[in-house]
Design a protein around this ligand. Structure first.
Ligand SMILES: NC(=O)c1ccc[n+]([C@@H]2O[C@H](COP(=O)([O-])OP(=O)(O)OC[C@H]3O[C@@H](n4cnc5c(N)ncnc54)[C@H](OP(=O)(O)O)[C@@H]3O)[C@@H](O)[C@H]2O)c1
Length: 290
């Protein structure tokens, strides 16, 4: 039997005109090595996605750049026709080159092509949430997002997108996007050890805008810290569980999208995020990234 949204750790958050569990799922790990090509275990990837829905997770984060196209096709194969409660967020602004690089592609015609490719691969008329991904592999880069963001606003007016967000952005770029159109979410790199966005998270919380940290578990290099290991040992848990529980505790507008290619890890992460942290644990963890 499928779990309900409210049975997941962290409760729920109103994402645009939907309500999602704060515990979501990032689908990037489902593609092949280097986020290129098909997964080694196709059936295993489908099983992860089915388990995501079975657990009551309603928010899946993806991109046409994953594979490219591979992750979106897996989502469609595993879950279409989609449950009404499912909320699929996607990102545009980068494509893939033959060597696995992530060149930016943010001209209006690039973005329109990516939106159409995403709708087709997912089998969705109107995408729930589209993030304009700025920056590059080194993180956010200063500069205007006006032309690219306005293109997405036009596509929203055409009925192809329900909600807009921005990703891999500076706080100034978030502000610039908000002068053009409302956003429901910001997706940037953030975790226990990388806390550059602390002030931005607090500002967005005050405005009821979601903040979705990517690399919540450290991404390609798992989070490592003596303090994190000590808290995990005291609670007879794992550093990953503590890292997720800390994020849920950090601010109510933080939505989790930890990535995994394994059903066992998905279940571990759901259970782990529900860990209860004492104030002394939080104080110790807070010192890691400060
Ligand atoms: N906006 C952007 O620019 C951007 C950039 C990067 C990522 N993202 C999004 O953010 C999501 C999350 O990031 P991410 O997946 O790269 O990094 P992550 O969630 O920080 O970590 C994923 C890594 O942790 C491992 N893992 C997960 N659960 C585990 C467990 N219980 N035990 C041991 N290992 C575990 C995974 O390996 P296994 O597969 O073996 O479990 C994978 O290697 C992505 O899926 C994607 O949707 C966005």
């Amino acid at each position: 039997m499928t779990n309900s949204l409210t049975s997941l750790p962290g409760g729920t958050w109103p994402l645009g005109d939907s309500v999602v569990a704060r515990f979501g799922y990032g689908a990037m790990q489902l593609a092949g090595p280097g986020v290129m090509g098909p997964p080694a275990d196709h059936e295993g990837a489908l099983a992860v996605l089915r388990e995501v829905v079975e657990l009551g997770v309603a928010h899946i984060d993806t991109s046409d750049a994953y594979g490219p196209r591979v992750t979106n096709e897996l989502i469609r194969q595993a879950l279409h026709p989609y449950p009404e409660t499912l909320f699929i967020a996607t990102k545009v602004g980068a494509i893939r080159d033959a060597r696995g690089g992530w060149p930016t592609a943010r001209r209006p015609e690039d973005l329109r092509r990516q939106i159409h490719a995403t709708r087709e691969a997912l089998g969705i008329e109107t995408l729930d949430l589209v993030y304009l991904r700025m920056g590059d592999a080194h993180g956010p880069q200063a500069g205007s997002l006006a032309e690219a963001f306005t293109t997405l606003v036009d596509l929203q007016k055409d009925g192809l997108i329900r909600h807009l967000g921005v990703s891999n952005v500076t706080a100034e770029q978030v502000g610039q996007a908000q002068t053009i159109a409302p956003i429901v979410s910001v997706q940037n790199m953030y975790n226990l050890a990388h806390r550059h966005d602390d002030a931005l998270i607090d500002r967005l919380a005050a405005e009821n805008i979601a903040y979705v940290p990517f690399f919540p578990l450290g991404g390609y290099s798992p989070l490592q810290s003596d303090a994190l290991s000590a808290v995990a040992a005291r609670l007879r848990s794992t550093p990953m569980a503590v890292a997720l529980a800390w994020l849920l505790r950090r601010s109510p507008n933080i939505l989790l999208i930890p990535g995994t290619s394994k059903v066992a890890h998905l279940r571990e992460n759901v259970a782990g995020a529900g860990l209860s942290l004492a104030d002394e644990d939080v104080a110790r963890l807070d010192r890691i990234g400060r």
